[in-house]
Design a protein around this ligand. Sequence first.
Ligand code: GUN
Length: 295
Amino acid sequence: MKLLDGKMAAEAIKKDIMSDVDRWSREFGRKPRLAAILVGDDPASHSYVKSKENDCRQVGMESIVYKLSATISQEGLIECVKSINEDDGVDGLIVQLPLPEHLNEQEIIETIDPDKDVDGFHPLNVGRMVMGLPSLVAATPGGIVDLLDYFHIPLQGKECVVLGRSNIVGKPLANLLSRKGYRGDCTVTLCHSRTLHLEEITRRADILVAAMGQPLFVKADMVKEGAVVVDVGISRVENKNTKSGYKLVGDVDFEEVAPRCSYITPVPGGVGPMTRVSLLKNTMLAAMRRNLGPI
Ligand code: GUN
């Protein structure tokens, strides 16, 4: 069993991004810039945005965070998105989710300029991705494909089973892996909470991706010998043996599944770092494309 070390792959990809940032900055006389809109006081969202700022700094990009009150109106938030859309000094824009209950997330996402939508959540980017056209692809699925690529995992003709049908992981990943060509060409099955005979399906998988957000759900008897297992989940569970009193676990029961695998992602240190680096990659791509015209 080998570990799909996301930290190592992300560091290597960051080096490539740094040299792109450097070349681009010298050519255009400023650094690529990511803007983040953060609404309200949710501590997890604040901490995610902080990490994104640190990541930008590390590769030489600029970031700017618009901190807005939890009571902002839908119209007020739309105005803010539109003004960033029109700001020539900003290359990528994310609105940190979830938004407070009274705001309509979908309408906000659809207000973002698709060329600056570095989360890849705008329907235009999703549609273009499904059609195999150039697009900005959501960070987690993009990062997973980059991780498989980094470790030279063959994909063509492989049976790939994705557990979980979220808009930000399961659905786009199933689409990416079934696309024609290199980094695709898998035979993909997308499973969800209503899937029947789940274990029979997961046992067919050459590549099994767990992205349903249920800690330790995937057990050894659900996995084929020699499979590649990618674990997108990350949850805190109580653990009296650690100093903090908790432990981070994925959707896969690593202890029992790992011995059956050819490759498996650790949690933490697998998909997480790849997701973070994908946002930087998309920001660099958005900056490069701005000089080429709309996607
Ligand atoms: N909240 C949790 N994950 C994400 C993400 O990938 N992008 C944004 N904008 N918000 C999130």
